[in-house]
Design a protein around this ligand. Structure first.
Ligand code: AMP
Ligand code: MG
Length: 342
């Protein structure tokens, strides 16, 4: 009897142990990561979860689908996008657009005013003279630039609020929302993942990211690239949670001719690549805001760029200028556990 009892006890204990260990295995946290090529860059999603593989997979799939949806509306590389239609009709009639597009165009006008034209989606009238995809890219002549600049300026964009229509005043005008749409995509994709119950995640579209929650007990750690080094060479790292982190750099898209780098951030006043910065990192609540601010500060340069950021209550900036000199807004280091390797 005693022996049987003991056996039963041992069995019960073993069963409990097994149950606990199965539960433990199920509750073991894991890192899920997926990358897709979208928006002309690699979009990476990382989710820290407790073994809910199928649900995580679905959340990431839905998030990528949301980015693909937004890309089909705003891309200048897709002929059927609403933005391509506006560009094709430049100098012609008003085009009816969706509420989402109209909202983004209104935001673009407000940003152009706030940044005194440093961030201006009509930069593309001159930006189109630089072909970063070409095998034999050409540097435009001053004559070409001067001609193109006639069609640059936010007053080119005409918005008909009553009927939700948009058009461009001159035939040579062009808009490109690439300076903040990546950020908008990251905001929307992160919301999809968070709403499905995964609050610990990062969505990163080629340097535009939203950092949500934590990676287990630790904060997510973000690397800031050395703009003159290789992809893995970092200038600094920072740790944040529930925050947008966006870096604009002159190394993202460029070609070189006669030892000069021609990159993708264009000063709308000169029609040439902006020269005062090498890298600008902005922290903000929303990625769309961090995105436009990083591009605007890049164009404005350290002095005016810092002044723009200091005026805002909820944004911080770290700038590396063309001489590799570093600048920080007043609250930057406090807001992100900044640490440097230099
Ligand atoms: P980012 O990498 O976020 O700085 O964005 C660079 C992208 O913004 C470029 O590829 C263009 O699509 C767009 N862009 C470049 N210069 C400007 C500018 N001055 N104003 C608004 N958008 C710009
Ligand atoms: Mg940007």
């Amino acid at each position: 009897m005693k022996v049987v009892d003991l056996k039963n006890k041992v069995r019960t204990v073993l069963t409990i142990l097994l149950f606990v260990s199965v539960l433990g295995a199920r509750a073991e946290a894991e890192l899920f990561t997926r990358t897709q090529y979208l928006l002309g860059t690699y979009v990476n999603i990382m989710i820290w979860h407790d073994g809910e593989t199928e649900k995580v997979e679905k959340a990431a799939t839905d998030a990528f689908a949301e980015i693909r949806r937004i890309e089909s509306v705003f891309s200048i590389y897709k002929p059927d996008s609403e933005i391509s239609k506006i560009n094709r009709e430049a100098g012609g009639s008003l085009i009816p657009v969706s509420a989402e597009t109209f909202e983004m165009l209104q935001k673009a006008v407000a940003i152009a005013e706030e940044t005194e034209g440093a961030f201006d989606i009509t930069f593309a009238g001159a930006g189109k003279l630089y072909d970063f995809q070409s095998k034999d890219p050409q540097v435009p002549t001053q004559k070409m630039i001067d001609k193109a600049l006639f069609a640059v300026g936010i007053s080119q964009l005409q918005l008909d609020d009553g009927n939700r229509r948009a058009s461009l005043a001159s035939a040579g005008a062009k808009i490109d929302l690439g300076g903040f749409i990546k950020g908008y995509c990251v905001d929307k994709a992160s919301q999809v993942i968070i709403k499905q119950g995964f609050g610990d995640c990062i969505v990163n579209a080629g340097g535009d990211m939203f950092v949500s929650g934590k990676k287990g007990k630790k904060y997510w750690k973000i690397g800031i690239r050395n703009p003159t080094g290789s992809r893995d060479d970092l200038s600094a790292t920072l740790s944040v949670r529930d925050m947008a982190v966006v870096t604009s750099g002159d190394y993202e898209r460029f070609f070189e001719k006669d030892g000069i780098r021609y990159h993708h951030i264009i000063d709308p006043r000169t029609g040439r690549p902006a020269r005062k910065c090498k890298s600008v990192t902005v922290l903000a609540k929303k990625v769309i805001d961090a995105d436009y601010l990083a591009t605007a500060v890049f164009v404005l340069g350290p002095e005016k760029g810092l002044a723009l950021i200091e005026k805002k209550s909820d944004a911080q900036v770290f700038i590396i200028d063309d001489q590799m000199k570093w600048y920080f807004s007043k609250g930057f280091k406090k807001s992100c556990s900044f640490s440097t390797t230099r």
